[in-house]
Design a binder for this molecule. Structure first.
Ligand code: PLP
Ligand code: LYS
Length: 435
């Protein structure tokens, strides 16, 4: 039995429930593969983050990193909860706009924002641009000039911290494609350029060290580094940062061996570190911002699949194949990410075997779970993969021309379709005949 499946998540028929809804019924109503969110879990995580800031009595923003899962419904829930959001493309910005998300609470990130993207951000008066490189300063400066406009900016620095996580999920090390380097003086030069530009209003500093991080230490180091740079800028340039943004990256539990701190505990330590450092450097306490993505969306999401074929391999774990795979969740193939799954009809049933859960894509690497204890299963059973809410649907593709799944939001006993399943006609929608 999966350690997360506690008895009150099972109904009187013994079926797994999500937000008090029977997962077998959800699969029947909406089909599989299906992405299901327990909306209350999204709300509760945002509220837990906000509570820490309020207890610590600091000015703050919880800015949902929407790359983890960017849909109209998700921005609407974040907006209802008073969160901010960060976007990294015109597509995410457009989705937030369609959701009616207040633009003043949007930050625009990215290490190669295009002219069109920056123009769109300026036209819609996004809250701030997280400036990443010198090319962007130049581009933004031209756009502001042309549009006779002004905008708030923050500078993203590379703090020189290598977080303990998958190599692809590290972003704060010196050799990173993101942000201004400190040692070589890039960050100082960027500050000079921004301060010299009357159309850019410099708010402060940002750093993000990576994703799915479990150690507190990396976040403490990042917070200290940001405050050290803030003190240096005050001393050298007479500039005081009003906002310090420490990014996201709080690790979540995917499998039993993952033992992360609660995401809000990471945040409390970050706040306390910034408080200490502001005293140490005699800086006034800045507004503190965080950008959690995975910790808000991940544990709230589930992928439902239908089991199909089975293949035995002598002396090895059998393959049990489901009707989805790397097209709706590339994380196992890309990062060797681990997940747990249960059978919807009886998540508490005794396991009888250890299997490999394979996807249906034409890639040997399309294995969703390489080591899953499972009760007896048969074709047609619904398999529920847990904690799939972050970077699953958002990284989905049409590989092998498989349509992307539908997404359903569940809350208060209601299941609402928030993203339709792609149809076969959707798949050829942009194709044009050659002959
Ligand atoms: C700048 C920035 N902020 C926030 C995040 C969100 O990270 P996570 O989903 O791990 O919380 C990311 C992704 O790693 C990011 O690049
Ligand atoms: N897509 C990554 C996280 C990337 C975070 C963005 N910098 C993952 O699934 O782990």
């Amino acid at each position: 039995m999966n350690s997360q499946i506690i008895p009150n998540l099972v109904n009187d028929k013994g079926h797994l429930m999500i937000a008090n809804l029977d997962t077998l019924e959800l699969a029947k109503e909406f089909g599989t593969p299906l992405v299901v969110y327990d909306v209350e879990r999204i709300r509760n995580q945002i509220r837990s983050f906000k509570k820490v800031f309020e207890e610590e009595k600091v000015n703050y923003a919880v800015s949902y990193a929407s790359k983890a899962f960017s849909t109209i419904a998700m921005y609407q829930v974040c907006n209802q909860e008073g969160a901010y959001t960060d976007v990294v493309s015109a597509g995410e910005l457009y989705t937030a706009l369609q959701a009616g998300f207040p633009m003043e609470r949007v930050s625009f990130h990215g290490n190669n924002k295009s002219r069109q993207e920056l123009e769109m951000a300026v036209d819609h008066h996004v809250g701030k641009i997280m400036v990443d490189n010198f090319y962007e300063i130049e581009l933004l400066s031209q756009i502001l000039e042309q549009k006779d406009s002004h905008i708030d900016v923050m500078l993203r620095i590379t703090p020189g911290i290598s977080a303990h996580t998958h190599e692809y999920d590290q972003t704060g090390q010196v050799d990173s494609k993101f942000g201004f380097d400190l040692e070589s003086g890039q960050a100082d030069q960027a500050l000079k350029e921004v301060l010299a530009n009357p159309r850019m209003n410099m708010l402060g500093l940002h750093a993000h060290i990576g994703s799915q991080i479990f150690e507190l230490n990396g976040f403490q180091m990042a917070a200290k580094k940001l405050m050290e740079v803030a003190a240096h800028w005050r001393d050298k340039f007479n500039y005081e940062s009003r906002v310090i943004n420490v990014g996201g990256g709080f690790g979540i539990r995917y499998v039993a061996s993952d033992q992360p701190l609660k995401a809000e505990d990471f945040v409390r330590t970050i706040i306390q570190t910034i408080k200490q450092e502001s005293q140490k450097y005699n800086l006034s306490l800045p507004k503190i911002e965080i950008e959690p993505g995975r910790s808000i969306a991940g544990p709230a999401g589930y992928n439902l699949y239908t089991i199909g074929s089975r293949k035995e391999v002598k002396g090895l774990k059998p393959y049990i194949t489901v009707d989805g795979g790397m097209g709706d969740n590339i994380r196992p193939a890309l990062y060797q990410a681990e997940y747990e799954a249960v059978l919807a009809k009886d998540p508490q049933a005794q396991s009888i075997e250890t299997v490999r859960i394979a996807g249906k894509y034409c890639e040997s690497g399309d294995i969703l779970i390489s080591d899953q204890a499972l009760p007896k299963s048969e074709p047609g059973d619904i398999l529920v993969m847990l904690d799939t809410g972050a970077y699953g649907y958002s990284m989905a593709s049409n590989y092998n021309r498989n349509p992307r799944p539908a997404v359903v939001f569940c809350e208060n006993g209601q299941a609402k379709l928030v993203v339709e399943r792609e149809s076969l006609t959707d798949l050829v929608h942009l194709d044009r005949s050659y002959l």
